[in-house]
Design a protein around this ligand. Sequence first.
Ligand SMILES: *Cc1c(COP(=O)(O)O)cnc(C)c1O
Length: 413
Amino acid sequence: MSGSRDSLPEGLRPETLAIRTALPPSQYGENSEALFLTSGYVQPDSETSARRFAASEDFTYSRTSNPTVRSLEARLAAMEGTEGCIATSTGMGAILLLIMGVLKAGDHVICSRSVFGSTINLFAKEFGKFGVETTFVSQTDLDEWRAAVKPATRLLFAETPTNPLTEICDIRALADLAHAAGALLVVDNSFCSPALQQPASLGADLVMHSGTKYLDGQGRVMAGALCGPNSLIKDVFAPVIRTAGMTLSPFNAWVVLKGLETLGLRMKAHSENALAVARWLEARSEVARVYYPGLASHPQHELAMRQQLGGQGGAVVAFELHGQHGDTSPEAARAAAFHVIDSTRVLSVATNLGDTKSIITHPATTSHGRLSEAQRQAAGISQGLVRLAVGLEHVDDITDDLLRGLSTLNTLK
Ligand SMILES: *Cc1c(COP(=O)(O)O)cnc(C)c1O
């Protein structure tokens, strides 16, 4: 027989896996993966139905599994280099599933202080109520992580690079620390995506995604996922999602599935644009400081270039402005930041990221607006800080748009 087309040959490269990994096509032979927009499945007979329900095999009900969602899970697992993947309704839904699956009252978690704000609330506030204790530590100081380990420590949770200051943690070192403590390391890979960083290859036990960001990549749908070994994905998380229902909709799964086909190309273009914008900003006299892992001035530049595939820095750039006319007050710095943001005519003033459209944000009054000024200062989020999630427009149009405000800063009172 000529080679079977039922399964892909071994050893395909990541670009190919991102396009070809899926369930086999239906009897119609569609070339683009089908969207199975169905909640239920007709069973051939009662015996088969009983077996499928008992074993959670094949398809019975879309809270438990759906062919389009399965295709996405297979594709993302192949891209992250993990055995399995389970998709969820949102990124936060993935962390909720993680906590419900592996933690119980009395367990202890160590988490970077610089992770996504809702992640901090979910661990500390929502699961603090149920007796899960979380210690928050420095993103970059490994000694703080080590000192926080207790006999009850079950989980280390990290995100790299962070939002908005793009601080990098050493995934390999955290994995070694977690394993020595008998704990799991989970890495939120939403900022890099598997095109730029594969945490499992560096020792992470689970990789978490907000698929809402670069996996979709065009700001259309919400999605999330956990990737890891089947001993966790199939044996631990699948029974929980079947009961708890933070399931991904087939339509959203289909959008993200098709988004993954261009992920590598998009992340390369995002990184190239972001590096060019970061370099341009660093050369401007109005800009006090630029935060971007691809710049040699970044404190963890070497680690980032080692850890992130192809030495790509990702799409997020932050920069700091000072007040005009020697005014060093936070109010003057905020006025400068607001001026640059409000002078744009192309960039979107929004707080999302992971879109083809560039987004400009003032973290101190949006994503970090609920912190006290002292907490904000401890986190390095000054009033003059501006965050860019660099999109795929022509890079000169992005810098021209930033120039509108930067070149007129001296007109501020
Ligand atoms: C957006 C985001 C989340 C949450 O994902 P949702 O899909 O919005 O629920 C978690 N982590 C990071 C790093 C994010 O950027």
